[in-house]
Design a protein around this ligand. Structure first.
Ligand SMILES: [Ca+2]
Ligand SMILES: [Ca+2]
Ligand SMILES: [Ca+2]
Ligand SMILES: [Ca+2]
Length: 373
């Protein structure tokens, strides 16, 4: 959902200066000259209301309510492995990352959009017995929810790794149902209900393009290898400041050994010591969301008589001035609850857009309608 409200000029200038203008198309522009300054390493984490929690499906339309103040882009990252620093090449890698949380679910949510010139699926190793994180493009997340700080690798001693601060190596592209490698013995942290993952990129290994990654994790103040019973989940609360960093490990075809390591923190030591993590403030609920509709829909399976006619039910709540359906086959409707007849079998992504006083908001469901031959 985009909400168009007048933005004070000073704030607009600040947003543009921090490189967070929402309209920038990833991977298309030339590098800003001069570069936007790196601000203080203090960020905001968006609070999702209970009725607007994102669905973890790799589609980021449910993040449109998360504004630019909760996003960082390429210009917020610094490269350490190759000593590229802030020598950006937007045709090599261009990213936008948004973070959110929920008090009710006690989870931290992350949405990543990547432009990469070489999406690397070349995973070498994924078994728990082999701790090599592989050759994929990786999104690394480190969370210290109670801001305790401190070394969490401790000489690679498994009794201490990721206990008080967790480090997740998340594969940018899902393969064979595997999404993450937790740095430590707590493999259960990479499984439901503690985390969930989805990525979306429909091109093969080695291609250039825009991909998405969407996930949540449950942070722990103490995470034991044996599981929840011996562990202490963090309690996320409004106004708290948590330690959090992410890094984007870009591996391209000609660079099998030393990947480019782009991190939000101002030192690479954040991967092992929580003292060096940037701070994220858990933001209060945005009041403006209370007047914005919550878009939701379902469909009924077609009957035998008319097997390609799909009846849609509209469960949107709130003040709405109009709807627009996109059925994914090039057809659209402005009816509230349309009956749509598809011409061909296939999978169709359906989007419902609701117009309201301050703009519009959407719900999109990937491959929602499945019509067999
Ligand atoms: Ca989603
Ligand atoms: Ca690249
Ligand atoms: Ca901690
Ligand atoms: Ca890459």
């Amino acid at each position: 959902m985009r909400i168009w409200v007048p933005i004070p000029l000073a704030l607009l200038v600040a947003l543009l200066a921090s490189g967070l203008a929402e309209g920038r198309e990833l991977g298309k522009g030339s590098v800003a000259d001069p570069l936007p300054p790196v601000g203080p390493r203090l960020y905001q984490c968006f609070q999702f209301p209970d009725n607007r929690l994102p669905v973890i499906d790799g589609d980021l339309s449910d993040w449109e309510l998360v504004g630019g103040e909760y996003a960082q882009d390429t210009y917020g990252l610094i490269e350490y492995n190759r000593k590229i620093g802030r020598g950006y090449d937007l045709n090599d890698l261009d990213v936008r990352v948004r973070t959110g949380y929920s008090v009710s679910t006690n989870r931290i949510y992350v949405a990543v959009e990547y432009w990469d010139d070489f999406h690397n699926f070349d995973r070498l190793v994924t078994t728990p017995n082999n701790t090599n994180p592989g050759n994929d493009d990786i999104f690394e997340l480190v969370v210290d929810a109670d801001n305790s700080g401190g070394d969490f690798i401790d000489g690679l001693d498994p009794r201490h790794m990721s206990t008080h601060t967790q480090n997740y190596h998340i594969y940018a592209h899902e393969r064979d149902g595997e999404h993450v490698w937790v740095w430590g013995p707590q493999h259960w942290l990479g499984e439901a209900p503690y985390s969930q993952w989805a990525s979306h990129y429909d091109q093969p290994h080695g291609t250039a393009g825009l991909s998405t990654l969407e996930f949540y994790v449950t942070p722990f103040n103490y995470a034991h290898a044996a599981g929840l019973k011996l562990s202490a989940p963090a309690q996320l609360a409004v106004g708290d400041t948590i330690g959090l960093d992410y890094s984007v490990l870009d591996r391209d075809d000609d660079e099998p050994q030393v990947c480019k390591f782009w991190a939000l923190a101002d030192t690479i030591l954040m991967y092992r010591n929580a003292d060096f993590l940037p701070d994220f403030v858990l933001a209060p609920l945005e009041q403006k969301l209370s007047v914005v509709p919550v878009v939701e829909f379902r469909s009924r399976a077609p009957g035998a008589k008319d097997p390609r006619a799909v009846q849609f039910a509209n469960m949107t709540t709130g003040e709405v001035s109009g709807f627009r359906w996109d059925f994914g086959d090039g057809e659209a409707s402005t009816e509230k609850e349309p009956l749509h007849r598809y011409q061909q079998p296939g999978r169709y992504t359906v989007t419902l857009e609701a117009h309201h006083d301050q703009g519009s908001c959407r719900k999109r469901k990937l491959d929602y309608v499945l019509l067999p031959q």
